[in-house]
Design a protein around this ligand. Structure first.
Ligand SMILES: [Zn+2]
Length: 344
């Protein structure tokens, strides 16, 4: 046993020997943690590039990393319900931080509808009321209710718990949990940089000053990325787009973009034929020319939407971006660049 641990520490980098062993879930979270740990160590990302966080099942090597972790930063069971049990049991000794649940994190309710309604229940979205003039609004609402009942019953084992939090938070929505794609609001990322730094500072007091300085630098980088994103998107003002999977609500909200609707809602369930037909009709009616698609999703779904749609791939996980501290700011800028260029 002594010999084994000696061998492992010889194999490990010097940084790993000193730094807490930190495990993350998706690349944007890894990037924020890597920024905070800069000069001290590097996090281990649990979910390999290309995996779908909505339904990832752990491999043995990933389970081992969780088992050895001192700290786990992940979005939480709202995004990856399948990992909930593994995090609970394997990372039992670790400090586990769900960023979704971190204090100050902005939440938006999941949009269960095929066609999104105006966000007139949020104070800062009063200027988006022009959605209300869809003629057949009521028909779509009927579809939505069916959809909600079918899809949510057995996918969210923790839905009841979320419902309760949700009502406590006073959002005033009748159904559904909050949208788990919280990292696409850069303001959430800035809050988390602080949360990550304070968590690591508690674990590893010797490097506390480094963590805090890195977090402040990271927040400035995110601010700069948001500014660049705003500039890029100002060129595409008034553009409406449809999305394959409702992953971009936080980005839309922060940058005041208008999405028409989504083929698959924020828990990424497969769309029903009725839902596909409803979105196809709405795209035609609204004259939308742009669809945002994620690389993980089937391109045949877009063909089924018909028309002369221009398709832009945007990966909310930043899979093809260079890993490391720069990935998160780059994800913000690249998402804006692609949305701005879509259908133009
Ligand atoms: Zn998603």
């Amino acid at each position: 046993m002594l010999r084994l641990s000696l061998t492992l520490s010889l194999l490990g980098s010097a940084a790993w020997a000193d730094a807490p062993k930190v495990v993350t879930d998706i690349a944007p979270v890894t990037s924020l943690v890597a920024q905070v740990m800069k000069g001290v160590g590097e996090p281990f990302q649990l979910l390999p590039a290309g995996s779908n966080p909505h339904d990832h099942a752990l491999r043995p090597s990933e389970a081992q990393a969780l088992d050895q972790a001192n700290v786990v930063f992940w979005i939480g069971d709202a995004l990856s319900p399948n990992l909930d049990k593994a995090v609970d049991t394997l990372a039992g000794d670790a400090t586990v931080v769900s960023l979704f649940d971190a204090e100050g994190t902005l939440h938006l309710a999941s949009r269960d509808s095929v066609i999104f309604e105006a966000h007139d229940d949020h104070d800062d979205h009063d200027d988006h009321d022009d959605h209300d003039d869809h003629d057949d609004h009521d028909d779509h609402d009927d579809h939505d209710e069916e959809h909600h009942d079918e899809d949510h019953g057995d996918n969210h084992h923790d839905e009841d718990a979320h419902e309760d939090e949700h009502h406590e938070a006073g959002h005033g929505h009748d159904h559904g949990a909050d949208d788990p794609h919280v990292w696409l609001d850069p303001e959430n990322a800035k809050i988390w940089l602080g949360v990550i730094a304070e968590t690591l500072a508690t674990q590893d007091t010797a490097n506390a000053d480094i963590y805090r300085a890195n977090a402040a630098e990271g927040q400035a980088m995110v601010d700069q990325a948001s500014e660049t994103a705003r500039d890029l998107l100002s060129a595409a003002e008034g553009q409406t787009f449809a999305v394959l999977h409702d992953a971009f609500q936080y980005f839309e909200s922060r940058f005041e973009l208008t999405a028409l609707g989504a083929l698959s809602d924020s828990d990424a369930t497969s769309p029903s034929p009725a839902r596909m037909a409803a979105l196809r009709d709405a795209i035609t009616e609204a004259g939308v020319t742009c669809v945002i698609a994620e690389p993980q999703f089937d391109p045949r779904l877009i063909e089924a939407l018909g028309g002369t749609l221009s398709v832009t791939e945007v990966d909310p996980l930043g899979t093809e971006l260079a890993a490391g501290p720069g990935l998160y700011p780059e994800l913000v800028v690249e998402t804006a660049r692609r949305i701005a260029g879509c259908g133009q």
